[in-house]
Design a protein around this ligand. Structure first.
Ligand SMILES: [Zn+2]
Ligand SMILES: [Zn+2]
Ligand SMILES: [Zn+2]
Length: 499
């Protein structure tokens, strides 16, 4: 028996471009019989003139089209990869189309050949795209300005190289320029100061912190990879006299001023204090806060979130609310003295910010800072009015609980708790109803007024866990009748006023 060994791949030279014609090539993956023209051919693109290592049996298509005004004739050639043929390609069939399209006839023909080859298992399905990387990638210039995939900076049109990967085309510099320093810092060589963008970045060894982190990790059985560190340096020769670090230092990132808590844009603030304990403030004087036009005294409230517990004053700037202040003002709208020198008063939030922090145990949290001034009487009016309403509602609710049987098992002395049989003839549902303020009784509690018989009825839900169900005389409810006394009439009027 004769044995032939077929190599796993064949080196294939894709026919080169023909000058003046539009040329392309594709490995045949599938033919979409409903697709139009070249879109019907599915498979990875191949570079004309490229050299590939492809699997024997694979079918591939090369197409050339004339570019003339009248002559747009197209030639499509089907090839089979064959390691035993010179150039690795065996010609299968050639089609011509005068109108320059890949017409239905060609599509059908390609489909027939592909199906036949598949059924004889001679044509493998296309394999992962990375296998279609040419062995001799031809360097090509980038036609358009792009971003270099290696260094991330711009490659001007025509100065870099284009190559293809699985995701498409990518551009790169022939030689990437050294990266520019985005942040100001000391020169690695002369220690002189270099402003942002004025120098280059050079790789350096690990910092002391890196070495310490590595040692700690190693003691816990971990190997820590040291990150690549970069330091700015002068591009070319260092100046004879190193530039000193300018003072005051400015902030790289936007942040709140620690005096007025308004946000300072990058580069506009002053960083004061030694390294590791820097404080950001406005360089000269803090600008006026539009929410504190008269420059009234202010109080800072810092609160830390702990787990899911909310903070008390999670308010945006401009909020008017009651606030408790340490060493608070001597007077103000709604002023009340609290123990330990604290004061409760209506205030206005004139600045507010949230900052993330790590506590001593490495837990994530937030610090919410609010800056307050005392509200003017006009500003405080609405909050004080709402407070007064709430107080009134609380007082009326307390009276209601005293005068009406609003809780299971408790009722005023003159109230009547009729047996269930007697209630069968009593139409409670049709009677006028009076609403109770929230918190006065259980949510389902109803109060009805029977003017004709001079009675007030309460209907209290009584089928919750722990209730004494023997008290129920109205389904799962306790219905109680109260004589409509003058006190109760006043109570009903007050309840209606609250609504
Ligand atoms: Zn680059
Ligand atoms: Zn230098
Ligand atoms: Zn400030």
């Amino acid at each position: 028996m004769r044995t032939t060994t077929t190599p796993a791949t064949a080196r294939v030279a894709i026919p080169a471009q023909i000058p003046g014609r539009k040329c392309w090539a594709k490995a045949l993956g599938a033919i979409d019989l409903h697709g139009r023209g070249g879109h019907a051919v599915e498979g990875p693109w191949l570079d004309r003139g490229g050299l590939y290592d492809l699997r024997p049996g694979l079918l591939l298509l090369t197409v050339e089209r004339r570019q003339g005004e009248d002559d747009r004739a197209l030639t499509a050639t089907l090839w089979r990869v064959d390691p035993h043929v010179e150039g690795g390609l065996d010609l299968v069939k050639t089609w011509r189309n005068k109108s320059g399209r890949i017409g239905p006839q060609i599509i059908k023909g390609l489909h027939t050949h592909l199906s036949k080859a598949r059924s004889r298992k001679r044509n493998p399905a296309p394999y992962p795209l990375r296998e279609y990387t040419p062995v001799n990638p031809k360097p090509r210039r980038n036609k358009y300005t792009r971003r270099c995939y290696r260094c991330g900076t711009t490659v001007a049109a025509g100065t870099g190289l284009i190559s293809r990967d699985e995701r498409g085309y990518r551009a790169e510099h022939e030689v990437c320029p050294p990266p520019v320093n985005r942040y100001a810092g000391h020169c690695l060589h002369c220690t002189g100061w270099i402003e942002a963008g004025q120098g280059i970045l050079l790789p350096t060894g690990p910092t002391e912190d890196d070495l310490l982190a590595r040692a700690v990790a190693f003691s816990q059985g971990e190997i820590l990879e040291t990150p690549q560190r970069w330091r700015p340096a002068h591009d070319g020769a260092c100046p004879a006299v190193p530039a000193p670090r300018p003072d005051p230092q400015t902030n790289r990132w936007a942040g709140p001023c620690e005096l007025c808590w308004q946000i300072i844009g990058p580069g506009r603030g002053a960083l004061k204090g030694p390294r590791g304990d820097r404080h950001l403030i406005h360089p000269d004087r803090c600008p006026d806060n539009p929410l504190n036009p008269d420059g009234a005294p202010t109080w800072v409230v810092h609160e830390r979130t702990l787990g899911d517990a909310p903070v008390s004053y999670d308010y945006p700037a401009g909020t008017i609310a009651r606030v408790t202040l340490e060493h608070g003002p001597g007077e103000g709208p709604g002023w009340r003295e609290l123990p330990e020198g604290r004061v409760s008063v209506i205030g206005v939030v004139i600045a507010a910010l949230r900052r993330r922090h790590l506590d001593g145990h490495g837990r994530d949290g937030e610090t919410v800072t609010t800056l307050w001034r005392v509200a003017s009487p006009a500003e405080a009016e609405r909050v004080l009015e709402l407070e007064a309403r709430r107080w009134a509602a609380t007082a009326v609710a307390a009276r209601a609980r005293e005068l009406l049987a609003l809780l299971p098992g408790a009722r005023p002395a003159d109230a009547v708790h009729p047996p269930a049989e007697q209630l069968e003839d009593t139409a409670l549902v049709g009677l006028a109803q009076v609403w109770l303020p929230r918190g006065a009784a259980r949510p389902e509690t109803r109060v009805h007024v029977d003017e004709a018989n001079a009675l007030v009825w309460t209907v209290v839900h009584n089928s919750a866990d722990g209730d004494d169900w023997a008290l129920s005389n109205w389904g799962g409810y306790i219905a109680t009748a109260h004589p409509l006394t003058e006190q109760r009439r006043q109570l009903l009027d007050d309840l209606r006023d609250l609504q």
